[in-house]
Design a protein around this ligand. Structure first.
Ligand SMILES: Nc1ncnc2c1ncn2[C@@H]1O[C@H](COP(=O)(O)OP(=O)(O)O)[C@@H](O)[C@H]1O
Ligand SMILES: [Mg+2]
Length: 332
């Protein structure tokens, strides 16, 4: 399959801070790659390099078949970008924004007008089309950003944290819109801090931490390779939780993860059935009757924890739309 994005050994330093120490990526045409990583991992830096906004110190890359270093203009003509550096003017209406971009892309007045109407329709923005963008809700704003990135009908689309700060409903709507682009043959590289987003949307995931790709594969491959199956036991009370935790961690030869809020402890099932039997026996001897005792395939949460030692800040916000404080402010 044709490769739409390929990057080898990208490095970038800001002052004496090594933002990217080694980034290698390969994205087959017509697929979605999620670059998954915590704040400060180097996601935006990677996107800025691949979209010609920033020059790498080292490394080479091609996008849509063009070399970043020698064919930047061709790269720019083949890509769309939406995300942390939005191209939308807040004072203009949605319709004006889309038309303006079309004119700047030399589509001509009539062409730009037609394309704007098409996108307003496609992204559910017809009713809001004549309001200034600054009056838009978070979800509408992200849809306008996405629409703006598509005015030039790009082959390759870069989305930098396209759904950060949105509630689950807004996020799902955007996921569908991104999937529609891929169905039409567009290649997508998106960055995200949300494990579920990568799991739901991506063909492949590159996990990035401290400027390096530390794991790459399909969501299933990453789960299998790094997590395998886990035994998960929920205690009936907080008193029991401590005993469950002690019993399971004695059997665990990997990370023991405790979620106090759900009174759940989980361990990797390295020895399969014998670990399950030992856990059941141990708890029974101590007179503990668990509320729940289950084996499950590890989630990307487990994978991420195993890879980076970080966990809770990468959790999904609840469907109620609460935004964790850490996500309200994005660094440049
Ligand atoms: N213009 C800049 N000057 C100095 N440091 C920067 C600059 N941009 C980003 N950084 C630093 O580089 C690292 C990677 O940043 P970034 O690519 O924005 O990460 P992410 O998008 O994954 O949150 C962070 O430690 C960030 O603070
Ligand atoms: Mg960023």
């Amino acid at each position: 399959m044709e490769t739409a994005i390929s990057a080898e050994g990208l490095r970038k330093r800001y002052g004496n801070h090594q933002a990217l120490s080694r980034v290698d990526l390969a994205v087959p045409a017509g697929t979605i790659l999620a670059v998954l990583g915590p704040n400060g991992a180097g996601k935006t830096t990677t996107v800025r390099i691949l979209t010609t906004l920033l020059e790498p110190d080292e490394g080479r890359a091609t996008v849509a078949g063009y070399d970043l270093a020698t064919q930047a203009r061709d790269v720019r003509a083949s890509i769309g970008l939406a995300g942390q550096y939005a191209s939308v003017d807040e004072r203009l209406t949605g319709r004006e924004n889309l038309r303006l971009i079309g004119v700047l892309l030399h589509q001509g007045r009539r062409g730009a007008k037609a394309r704007a109407e098409e996108l307003l329709e496609q992204f559910g923005l017809v009713a809001a089309a004549d309001r200034p963008a600054k009056t838009y809700s978070g979800g509408m704003r992200r849809r306008l950003d996405l629409a703006a990135s598509l005015v030039g009908r790009p082959q390759v689309l870069f989305l930098d944290e396209p759904t950060t700060g949105l509630d689950l409903t807004g996020r799902r709507t955007l996921w569908d819109m991104i999937r529609n682009q891929v169905a039409e043959g567009v290649t997508v590289l998106l960055t995200t801090q949300y494990l579920e987003e990568a799991d739901q949307l991506a063909d492949r995931i590159a996990v990035i931490d401290r400027g390096t790709v530390i794991a790459e594969g399909t969501p299933d491959q990453l789960k299998r390779k790094l997590g395998g199956e886990r035994l998960e036991v929920s205690a009936a009370s907080h008193t029991d939780l401590a005993t469950v935790e002690r019993t399971l961690s004695a059997l665990s030869c990997g990370d023991t993860v405790t979620h106090p809020e759900t009174r759940t402890v989980s361990i990797p099932l390295t020895d399969g059935v014998s670990t399950i039997a030992a856990a059941a026996k141990g708890l029974e001897l101590l007179g503990i009757e668990p509320q729940d005792f289950a084996v499950r395939r590890s989630t990307l949460d487990d994978v991420f924890l195993a890879l980076t030692g970080q966990q809770s800040t990468h959790k999904e916000p609840k469907a109620t739309g609460a935004i964790p404080a850490s996500e309200e402010k994005q660094p440049a």
